[in-house]
Design a protein around this ligand. Structure first.
Ligand SMILES: NC(=O)c1ccc[n+]([C@@H]2O[C@H](COP(=O)([O-])OP(=O)(O)OC[C@H]3O[C@@H](n4cnc5c(N)ncnc54)[C@H](OP(=O)(O)O)[C@@H]3O)[C@@H](O)[C@H]2O)c1
Length: 289
């Protein structure tokens, strides 16, 4: 789908034929005590894609927000909602991943299945990464996990996966840090060539670039917030941005960006920094182990 045609309710078709809502709501650093309410509010506003992880320690609470919403809004079906979780580094390896999948499924029992299970990062070794992927492939066969993918994989980790003779199910996404100061052109090319999407984490730079003079000037020119500019930029690249907020009042403006925010060619040129490599969080994509 061309990014010119997208709306806040659009879904991209993954390489396995399933679809993913392009507007993602992340819950990293969202306290478990607030996750149920925030996820429920996000769904009420219109988000249909929730991104959690075992290490965020809010899987159960995020699922509870989804389950509560589905109960109260029976017109929305389970299949309309897309729930992601991830295998943490210490759980990697074939046998340990099988156990980790079962425990994430147990925490997701009120929504019956997990839409997308990712390997959280590359920070282990070849045997563990491939063993983890093997267990994820087997989970798809049970129907309890619908799609699988990776996160924080560099091109050499992707090469390792695509060269593996055991590969039977291609990753549907690679979730990595992406914003104008970290566009990762190599991973963009790789994703295009191998037919998977890039999910953009930290699309708002965790606030670290909100004072950037070029970003502020673009926002001012149009009367947008810097957050709106950052999210529109991410959609314009064809990414699936995962915006996080633990502030209820910010959920709707973040979700509504595609209704009214448009960047012109001059803005996009200013934000196009192909050689910039400014990591704001962590960067397992460069890990050589
Ligand atoms: N796979 C990985 O390794 C990985 C790593 C990092 C993140 N992620 C995923 O990506 C998601 C997003 O990334 P992130 O959490 O690092 O950060 P982010 O989305 O770039 O930024 C979140 C920050 O922006 C603030 N914010 C949100 N909306 C705002 C608004 N409208 N106005 C002003 N400030 C606003 C939030 O404040 P408040 O919360 O206080 O409102 C929070 O401080 C995560 O939740 C997670 O799902 C994945």
């Amino acid at each position: 789908m061309s990014t010119a045609a997208i709306t806040k309710n659009s879904r991209y078709t993954l390489n396995n034929g399933r679809t993913i809502p392009i507007t993602g709501f992340g819950v990293y650093q969202t306290p478990a005590s607030k996750a149920t309410t925030l996820v429920y509010e996000a769904l009420k506003v219109g988000y249909r894609h929730i991104d959690s992880a075992r290490i965020y320690q809010n899987e159960e609470e995020s699922v509870a927000g989804i389950a509560q919403f589905l109960k109260e809004f029976p017109d929305v079906k389970r299949e309309d909602i897309f729930y992601t979780t991830k295998i943490w580094n210490e759980e990697q390896g074939y046998e340990t991943t099988k156990i980790a999948i079962e425990s994430s499924l147990e925490r997701a029992k009120d929504i019956q299945y997990i839409d997308l299970f990712l390997i959280h990062s590359s920070l282990t070794n070849k045997e563990k990464r491939l063993g983890t992927y093997k267990a994820l492939q087997e989970a798809v066969a049970t129907g309890k996990v619908k799609s699988i993918g990776v996160s924080n994989y560099g091109t050499h980790h992707l090469d390792e996966l695509f060269a593996w003779e055991g590969l039977t199910i291609k990753p549907v996404v690679n979730q990595v840090e992406l914003h104008p100061w970290l566009p990762r052109k190599d991973l963009q090319e790789y994703a295009k060539k191998h037919d998977f999407y890039l999910e953009a984490y930290t699309p708002l730079t965790q606030g670290q670039k909100f004072d950037d003079p070029e970003l502020v000037a673009i926002a001012k020119k149009h009367g947008y917030s810097v957050v709106e500019v950052l999210l529109r930029w991410s959609y314009d690249q064809g990414f699936i941005p995962l915006a996080k907020t633990a502030t209820v009042a910010r959920i709707k403006p973040n979700f509504d960006v595609l209704d009214h925010v448009v960047l012109d060619a001059e803005d996009l040129k200013i934000l196009d920094k192909p050689d910039s490599y400014e990591v704001l969080t962590w960067d397992p994509t460069k890990y050589e182990g």
